[in-house]
Design a protein around this ligand. Structure first.
Ligand SMILES: O=C(O)c1ccc[n+]([C@@H]2O[C@H](COP(=O)([O-])O)[C@@H](O)[C@H]2O)c1
Ligand SMILES: Cc1cc2nc[nH]c2cc1C
Length: 351
């Protein structure tokens, strides 16, 4: 596939830094491999940054917010007006993601990429492409141009934050109806049935779940998205915040910054980003396994692992913000743990 002009160039990760990190890790006072996921993270972070012992002083959770026309079909347990209401909650610092980001010493940035209300707040990043998507059960959710503009909103947001010194990013989102769009993306990209991809979202019951499966089936039949063309999938059955997250992921990787992927919706965005630019893959860090049915399938498709099993299904970037604390831990192990030589501890017996 030829490189599309709106996709930023993504640097290759560095094996030298990974090897230097592995050398150091092998000298630390522990049996090799005994710190499990923390060890794997250290090596990935070294490869991504080109530094054997990186530390991330400034971390950003970017919450992309937008509305979904498909909510008119009755696919969510909550009304669409919750999207703008929660945006204000993020801006006032009162949402779960704000609390978990504070716990991780990270900052939350909220971007209006397509909320169906006029929002003004000094902290809001306003990059509205349109007032919510069109109803994908009746036709395409967006045009290709709108989808690209929303991707660009994510790329631009990350570029500005990188200029302010942020070196690690997490994906967050808010959009009533967006588990329907994400399930449709999973079906389109992998060919699995709506029954295997659709989950309970904000908490729908059995009858509404069956209806949501039928809505996804109809959206796929009406739009016939081409799985080999991730932009086609994104525009026809995606969401403006999902497109924004594709931009966050592409943008972070283009700056050589690792990007922590939150739950179901964020992982759908990551799957599209990796389809558009496979070079993003070494920059992706899985966080938690969402309760939403279909999340495991998305992770498998990306060969991503989600170390945190917290029974969460909130979105917003909450699982990714928790993962920031594990990343800090992995970095500090590399910087602060004593080596066998320093501590006078005997190494492994030779066989
Ligand atoms: O990230 C997840 O895994 C996740 C799972 C279920 C629900 N959500 C959140 O709930 C909203 C979408 O749910 P729904 O039922 O309206 O499609 C949206 O704002 C998401 O952030 C998020
Ligand atoms: C209250 C509420 C908060 C959320 N945060 C992310 N998705 C959400 C959905 C609802 C309904």
């Amino acid at each position: 596939m030829t490189q599309l002009s709106w996709i930023p160039t993504i640097p290759a990760v560095t094996e030298e830094a990974r090897n230097a990190a592995l050398d150091h890790q092998n000298q630390l006072t522990k049996p090799p491999g005994s710190l499990g996921v923390l060890e794997r993270l250290s090596l990935q972070l070294a490869a991504a940054t080109g530094e054997a012992k990186p530390f991330f002083e400034k971390k950003a959770v970017v919450v992309m917010a937008a509305d979904h026309g498909v909510v008119a079909e009755g696919v969510s347990a909550f009304p669409a007006e919750v999207t703008p209401q929660m945006v204000l909650n993020f801006l006032h610092g009162g949402a779960a993601v704000n609390v978990l980001a504070r716990a991780a010493r990270a900052d939350v940035f909220c971007v209006d990429v397509g909320v169906n209300a006029e929002l003004t707040h000094p902290k809001l990043i306003s990059r509205k492409v349109k007032h919510g998507t069109d109803n994908m059960a009746q036709g395409p959710a967006m045009t290709n141009e709108e989808a690209i503009a929303a991707v660009q909103a994510g790329i631009d947001t990350v570029s500005e934050l990188a200029q302010q010194g942020y070196t690690m990013f997490a994906t967050g989102e808010m959009g009533i109806g967006n588990t329907t769009a994400s399930a449709a993306i999973l079906c389109a990209m992998t060919g699995i049935t709506p029954e295997a991809a659709v989950g309970r979202g904000t908490g729908i019951g059995d009858e509404q779940w069956k209806h949501k499966c039928n809505v996804v089936r109809r959206a796929l039949e009406v739009n016939k998205p081409d799985p080999k063309d991730a932009l086609d999938v994104l525009a026809k059955i995606g969401g403006l915040e999902i497109a924004g997250l594709v931009g966050v992921i592409l943008g972070a990787a283009s700056h050589g910054a690792p990007v922590v992927i939150d739950g179901f919706i964020s992982t759908a965005a990551a799957l599209l980003a990796a389809s558009l630019a496979p070079e993003v893959k070494p920059y992706l860090i899985g966080s938690h396994l969402s309760e939403e049915q279909g999340h495991q399938s998305l992770l498998q498709q990306l060969e991503l692992t989600a170390p945190l099993h917290m029974n969460m299904r909130l979105g917003e970037g909450t699982g990714a913000a928790l993962m920031f604390q594990m990343i800090d831990a992995a970095c500090l192990i590399m910087r602060e743990m004593a080596t066998f030589a320093e501590a006078g501890v005997s190494g492994k017996e030779e066989a």
